[in-house]
Ligand binder design. Sequence first.
Ligand SMILES: *[C@@H]1O[C@H](CO)[C@@H](O)[C@H](O)[C@H]1NC(C)=O
Ligand SMILES: *[C@@H]1O[C@H](CO)[C@@H](O)[C@H](O)[C@H]1NC(C)=O
Ligand SMILES: *[C@@H]1O[C@H](CO)[C@@H](O)[C@H](O)[C@H]1NC(C)=O
Ligand SMILES: *[C@@H]1O[C@H](CO)[C@@H](O)[C@H](O)[C@H]1NC(C)=O
Ligand SMILES: *[C@@H]1O[C@H](CO)[C@@H](O)[C@H](O)[C@H]1NC(C)=O
Ligand SMILES: *[C@@H]1O[C@H](CO)[C@@H](O)[C@H](O)[C@H]1NC(C)=O
Length: 289
Amino acid sequence: MSSKYIASFLALAGTAFSQTPPNFSPEAQTYFPVTYDTAETNPTFFANGGLYDKNAVQSTPSVFVPDTPAMTGQTFIILMVDPDAPSPQNNSLGQILHWLQPGVKVPINTQKVMAPDNATTYLKLDTTSTGAIAPYRGPAPPSIDPHRYIFMLFLQPSQNFQLPTGFEQYQGGNERRLFNADQFVQAAGLSGPIAGNFFLAGMSTEGNGSEKMAGFDGSPGSNGTMSSSAIGPDGTLMPTSNGTATGTSNGNGTAPAFPKPTQTKNDASSLRNSMSSLVAAAVFVYLFI
Ligand SMILES: *[C@@H]1O[C@H](CO)[C@@H](O)[C@H](O)[C@H]1NC(C)=O
Ligand SMILES: *[C@@H]1O[C@H](CO)[C@@H](O)[C@H](O)[C@H]1NC(C)=O
Ligand SMILES: *[C@@H]1O[C@H](CO)[C@@H](O)[C@H](O)[C@H]1NC(C)=O
Ligand SMILES: *[C@@H]1O[C@H](CO)[C@@H](O)[C@H](O)[C@H]1NC(C)=O
Ligand SMILES: *[C@@H]1O[C@H](CO)[C@@H](O)[C@H](O)[C@H]1NC(C)=O
Ligand SMILES: *[C@@H]1O[C@H](CO)[C@@H](O)[C@H](O)[C@H]1NC(C)=O
């Protein structure tokens, strides 16, 4: 059943190539439709690898699957990680777990939206009826160089999903550091991700996800090379319009001064969603990653 289902999902996606960044494991070969656009009918999906202003990605995104009979009745697990914390050049805190939610389904009468090809439709997954293990937390990268925020969608093997041994500390989403997606997949007995994608965001990047960062190939530690004209007076990095690179970056990946660990708006909403939120508020240390 599930291999037939995976085959139909892949067939639908056409030619398979990696949707997760180069050299990131686990690898997904099928595009995962995710959007921060709240439009009901034709939301804009970010380009895979697209560059964002971090403020544009603080709310839980909407996630979709292709509109096929094979999707209904399935239960999915959503996983999102940042392997580039605190910076692409020093990932000693990565991966940061940004979102882990099992029990996600295609609800009856779900919202259908037009895919960017204007030919097929996507079905919106329900991420609100069941609790997350780690509720969505938006990016707050401390480095100038952008981090990669990677989404993965898995088939959930049984109705009741339990965190595997060795991952208990992530329950509730208070601990987020040093997650390992590969080990998680193995420990939880999951097959590889059936879909994936990623976007980029740095401390002061601008963008709405529609454009990739110049010179950035998505490899670990790759910081992109920006033309000096792409860097605003305030050090803001802008995407260039044609995706080519010139010049060098002023961002060397060194996190400047670490911002004070204060609670951001987004963290507050994550906290509210978390069962043990009140107790946990005091132990948030790395809120900014
Ligand atoms: C890497 O980041 C960690 C966590 O912020 C920090 O403690 C460590 O000093 C950094 N290492 C280097 C080589 O900058
Ligand atoms: C889909 O429709 C939109 C809005 O009409 C248009 O901007 C876009 O270019 C179309 N995309 C394709 C692939 O035809
Ligand atoms: C995103 O930004 C690009 C480049 O600035 C712009 O052309 C496009 O209209 C924007 N899209 C949305 C949905 O705002
Ligand atoms: C892309 O932009 C770069 C830098 O602005 C420029 O040198 C190059 O000619 C452009 N390429 C295309 C195909 O427009
Ligand atoms: C990295 O950039 C910061 C801020 O511009 C600067 O203070 C630091 O000296 C740079 N480090 C290196 C190794 O170039
Ligand atoms: C950014 O990456 C480029 C290409 O890997 C590298 O040459 C450059 O030194 C990096 N920039 C800094 C400031 O580390």
